[in-house]
Design a protein around this ligand. Structure first.
Ligand code: SF4
Length: 278
């Protein structure tokens, strides 16, 4: 290894890529929000040790500092866990709790920081979905098809279709005018469960009814973000829908992306060889 070029060549691709660009946004903002919490912590600590405060004020501020310190330390561990999981594509059980705390406690702050920095919230949510999907893919899952729930949004249905598929998805006459037809074919070929949801309430109802071990959710960035957090700790692979006519109207989805997600859960990530009818 003679020069810096040789050195760089020696670095494994996984380390060079470290965290792919689309995931960096969420991880970076999460890091910034935890740093912000650290600064707030330092401020409260300085107030607490100020001798002009009454003993009651000092105790209150010290309790607040300890609570914040605990949350920030766990969130820092969570960010470390996210980075290590993405880097090594391995699920590390010890980080599950801290990752959950980092995401649930700091996600709203991430969005606020993004707003201050004029970053489109859809971009941040999309980055979060990518990070979430990587975390899910790091798990060694091999499920039975019936343990997998495919949740699709109502806006995939052709707006001229007269059939009420939210009541019963098999009311679809499979005319092929919208992706519901392809998704039903996938459901039948794989033996997975499927539901069409008009919103979070119906999605939660399906999750309670089918008690899945894993969910594949098709939705926009906003609904996927809230759905992933709502159903935690059930692993959710999110597939973003396409909106050629604007939001919530005659939307579409890339069926191969949905198939990939189904095959991941059934065949432990072996996309190439897995097929639903195996
Ligand atoms: S595929 Fe089914 S849901 Fe879609 S338009 Fe045809 S009948 Fe309606």
């Amino acid at each position: 290894m003679n020069n810096i070029h040789d050195f760089l060549e020696e670095i494994p691709v996984s380390v060079k890529n470290f965290i792919p660009v689309r995931k960096r946004l969420f991880v970076g903002l999460l890091g910034a929000s935890v740093l912000g919490a650290g600064a707030l912590l330092a401020g409260i600590w300085l107030l607490a040790i100020n001798p002009t405060r009454t003993v009651f004020d000092q105790i209150l501020l010290i309790v607040l500092t300890v609570l914040l310190m605990g949350g920030t330390a766990l969130a820092t561990m969570g960010i470390g866990g996210i980075i290590l999981t993405i880097l090594y594509s391995k699920d590390i059980t010890a980080f599950h709790g801290p990752i959950r705390i980092a995401v649930s406690l700091f996600f709203p702050i991430v969005l606020v920081i993004g707003k201050i920095l004029h970053i489109d919230s859809e971009k941040i949510k999309s980055s979060f979905i990518e990070v979430n999907n990587d975390l899910v893919r790091s798990k060694a899952l091999r499920l039975k098809p019936a343990q997998i729930l495919l949740l699709a949004p109502h806006c995939l249905q052709n707006s001229d279709c007269p059939y009420k598929i939210t009541v019963n998805i098999d009311n679809c006459h499979r005319c092929g005018k919208c992706p519901v037809n392809d998704l039903l074919e996938l459901r039948d070929a794989c033996g997975i469960k499927m539901g069409i949801a008009t919103g979070g309430t119906l999605a939660r109802k399906y999750a309670q009814e089918y008690r899945p071990r894993a969910i594949i959710a098709i939705a926009c960035e906003r609904d996927l973000t809230s759905g992933i957090q709502d159903t935690s700790p059930i692993p959710v692979l999110g597939v973003t829908n396409e909106r050629p006519f604007g939001p919530c109207f005659n939307t579409s989805v890339k069926i191969p992306d949905v198939e990939k997600a189904v095959n991941f859960f059934i065949a432990e990530g072996n996309y190439e060889t897995a097929s639903c009818d195996q």
